[in-house]
Design a protein around this ligand. Structure first.
Ligand SMILES: *Cc1c(COP(=O)(O)O)cnc(C)c1O
Length: 466
């Protein structure tokens, strides 16, 4: 399989190069030259497979064997998902006659990002060893991504990870999940500033060509193609469990950067035809406005109870845009330029109609989110996290029950205990493997919001595990 950029101007790359490159040099995102078809018969065959076998079947064709051979890919996938604390990996829970919850929070950091990042961390280690390369990963986090990335990279050969978070501005659970990881290659930096300051510092490091080259800078952000690939799997598995390809499925996906729901689009393109995708948003409703009327215009981010969805520019949307613009990279490039400059995506109505009926989108407020957490607790005796509650609320209010509905549960309730407590008066318990989280010793350094201090710290601390 070869990969092309959504902005069309660079040559095609192998999976291995795409894995290491992340963002294309023309500013675009990588996508496979074509989707690999899965026939109805193959979908039926997958019904008797476990999660790992399905994952192997779906992913194998996208990764050339020179990158990783069959045996090694198989054991890498097995290692990745064996650490999840549920033998189904992504268990599907029936809520009522035609509503299911797909629990994607059984990985080490209790959010769906583990599905992709645990795979990515292991792929990185494999490829770096093969190439005898050492890299430095830097990232900025306001919560979920940081802990999932750290957990994916901890103790791995050939890489160091430096994660910046805004000092005093992330939740206790999230900070402890990052700072209690005691590994020589994991470096947490609290920045005296905001999340935006952290992001600017990361950008500053990438823009410093000399520094970038000296430390072999890399990122594990949500635009990496390997992350999308790993997420396609659970769309197939859950749809098959409720009767695909014969039974239609509507997926309701709590959405921020559009990475998760784009993986659903990938599953559809590969052959999961009987599918509808519902983009569920919180009060930051730019995607809802687009899918409703073609209006994709940026406004200020308004912090909500579902912070991992507090996003205005959904980076992975560009992958869909490429298809909506008839896979013409030059048009994508122009549209994105105008979007950045004016804050509005040009030609929105035409693009909206090009997306057809596959997608719809709805948004709910924080108040509705709390009500839904409470409703689910009353009705099903379950605690759900605020991101999942956005999906549940959207499903209950707006999504017809003609199809089977699958709501993606993207985080464990104990990751967001304050909102859950506020809604129900009950404090969700951390799962067993994290029950002593608050007793573990924290390790992080606090630095000023100053690029050269951060760079000096990175320089002094890389290769510390050698
Ligand atoms: C990241 C995240 C989301 C949003 O997923 P995207 O792929 O960015 O759309 C939703 N819920 C939780 C809990 C997350 O961590």
């Amino acid at each position: 399989m070869r990969y092309i950029s959504t902005r069309g101007s660079t040559v095609s790359l192998s999976f291995e190069d795409v894995l290491l490159t992340g963002l294309a040099h023309d500013g675009g995102l990588y996508i496979p030259e074509k989707w690999l078809p899965v026939s109805s018969e193959e979908i039926r065959d997958m019904a008797s497979m476990n999660y790992m076998e399905c994952a192997y079947n779906i992913m194998r064709g996208y990764i050339e064997e020179q990158c990783i051979g069959n045996e090694n890919l198989n054991s890498l996938i097995n290692d990745t998902y064996a650490i999840f604390d549920n033998s189904d990996v992504a268990p599907l829970i029936k809520l009522n006659e035609n509503t299911f919850l797909l629990e994607l929070f059984h990985g080490p950091t209790l959010a769906f990002k583990d599905f992709a990042l645990q795979f990515l961390g292991r792929m990185f280690e494999h490829v770096l060893a093969k190439r005898d390369l050492r890299i430095t990963i830097v990232g900025a986090t306001s919560g979920d991504t940081g802990s999932a990335a750290i957990e994916a990279c901890r103790g791995r050969d050939n890489l160091d990870i430096f994660m910046l978070h805004p000092a005093g501005r992330i939740s206790e659970v999230q900070r402890h999940q990052m700072t209690t990881v005691n590994e020589k290659n994991v470096h947490n930096i609290a920045i005296k500033g905001t999340f935006d300051d952290c992001q600017d510092l990361v950008k500053g490091m990438f823009n410093d060509e000399l520094f970038r080259k000296n430390v072999n800078l890399s990122a594990v952000n949500s635009i990496n193609w390997a992350r999308v690939l790993a997420q396609i799997v659970y769309y197939f598995i859950s749809a098959i469990k409720i009767g695909a390809p014969d039974q239609a499925t509507t997926f309701v996906v709590p959405t921020g950067n559009f990475g998760n729901v784009y993986a659903g689009y990938g599953a559809y393109q590969m052959g999961l035809r009987n599918t509808e995708l519902v983009v569920a948003s919180n009060q930051n409703d730019i995607l809802t406005r687009f899918f409703r009327s073609g209006d994709m215009s940026i406004s200020a981010v308004r912090p909500s109870l579902s912070p991992s969805m507090d996003i205005q520019i959904s980076s992975n949307f560009e992958r869909l845009l490429f298809d909506l613009l008839d896979r013409d990279g030059a048009s994508v490039s122009l549209a994105m330029k105008e979007f950045r400059e004016t804050g509005t995506l040009p030609d929105g109505e035409r693009l909206r109609s090009a997306a057809g009926t596959l997608f719809s989108s709805f948004s709910v407020t924080d108040k509705e989110t709390l009500e839904e957490i409470n409703y689910t607790h009353q009705k099903n005796g379950m605690l759900v996290d605020p991101h999942t509650a956005v999906g549940l609320s959207v499903a209950r209010k707006f999504v017809s029950q003609n199809n089977q509905r699958v709501i993606l549960a993207t985080a464990h309730p104990a990751k967001f205990p304050d909102a859950v407590f506020q809604a129900t008066g009950v404090s969700p318990e951390l799962p067993h493997h994290l029950s002593d989280l608050f007793d573990r010793k924290e390790k992080f350094i606090t630095l000023a919001n100053d690029l050269s201090s951060v760079q000096a710290y990175v320089n002094d601390n890389i290769k510390s595990s050698q």
